[in-house]
Design a protein around this ligand. Sequence first.
Ligand code: ADP
Ligand code: MG
Length: 405
Amino acid sequence: MVVVCQSSCIGILGGGQLGKMLAIEAAYLGYKTAIYDPNPLSPAFDVASYRFNYSFADTQQLERFAKFCQVITYEFENIPLSTLEILIAYGAHIPQSTLSLQIFQNRVTEKFFFKEFESGPVPFLKLTHLNDLDYFIKQNGYPVIIKTLSLGYDGRGQFGVHNAVDFKKAALFLKANNFECIVEKKIDLDHEFSIQIAKNVRGEVVVLGPFENIHKNGILHQTYFPARLSALQKRYLNRQAKIFSSVLPDIGLFTLEYFLSGNTFYINEVAPRVHNSGHGTIEAFSHSQFYFQLASVLGLPFPKKIKTSPFVMTNVLGQHYENVLKNFKDKNVYRVPIKFHFYGKDDAKFNRKMGHFTMLGKVDTKHIHYCETLLGPLKNNKINFESFDKRDVLMALTNHCQTIL
Ligand code: ADP
Ligand code: MG
């Protein structure tokens, strides 16, 4: 078993906010990080010990990266497989292997993999021709969603087909994407959840979550922990996660996304990495999702028990950025235990993830509403604290903050 020693350099492929948070966790643990990303404005460059700002196809730099880093991991699954193969050929130590990437960077291989499980995917079909779409709609009815096979994120690379008019537009979408698409039934979603499972080289396994996820326009808006599920439903998801990790002989941290429609769970997709829905674990769990991804690849042991507390995590998109920055500087906002994260991106584009904030404390309507309020301008610069039960806030503060203000 390889345990990567402290002061070694961890290579991270991808320099977005997930790479940034992985690098920060690595620094806490005494490791250096080298971030590899073709985008010179990658947020993770701000906190990395070393920057590799080159293309994922630059063989010379990949050789240098492979020799420079004692272990390599990734922040997202859309790294070209060829990049990993080149790194491996140059002797890179990549404990996660390429198997998970092969399966989960393509929606068809991913969906076929899911068919093995009790909670399978929603009905889907790989499209090769417009007739396939017609056939699928005849079988399943409207509405359906067309999704590109790869590179989709935050609802991008998707096209909803609700009626015959959309059907005509779908032809253009399919052509533009060379028919590299699947179609799936758009189901009546009651709720969405995610659950994370980490497995290290020692064979230890840990499950985080389930988390309850609220999406708006295909983008994660808020995550609640604990998820509002029955004990039975939680045990069910926990079991699914364990079965998943026993079927997939790969190590690392995996995030499984589920839909709940009526009493039926469907598995939607798997990210073989840390995930937006796990961000609240930074403040609310004794060991965060970032710890577990790193511990998995570094050969570190997993803690036997982790302390968890309730949280509401809210994403800050480009359109919220200005207001949230103002609220972040308003001392009144800190009468409740809340922590802001900003990713350091320069351009606050519409729907671009610019940061998030995590509020500790119960998951209930008033806490959820409070977080919603912070996305917009505060009316007369005031928040109604009357509706908060002081005991809840105090309890959260004493549990999680060193000083009570
Ligand atoms: P991404 O890779 O962008 O996260 P997803 O497949 O997870 O793609 O889709 C994003 C969101 O769109 C989901 O979280 C869900 O809210 C909605 N969605 C996706 N597929 C379906 C579906 N088949 N039925 C209903 N809603 C869906
Ligand atoms: Mg998703």
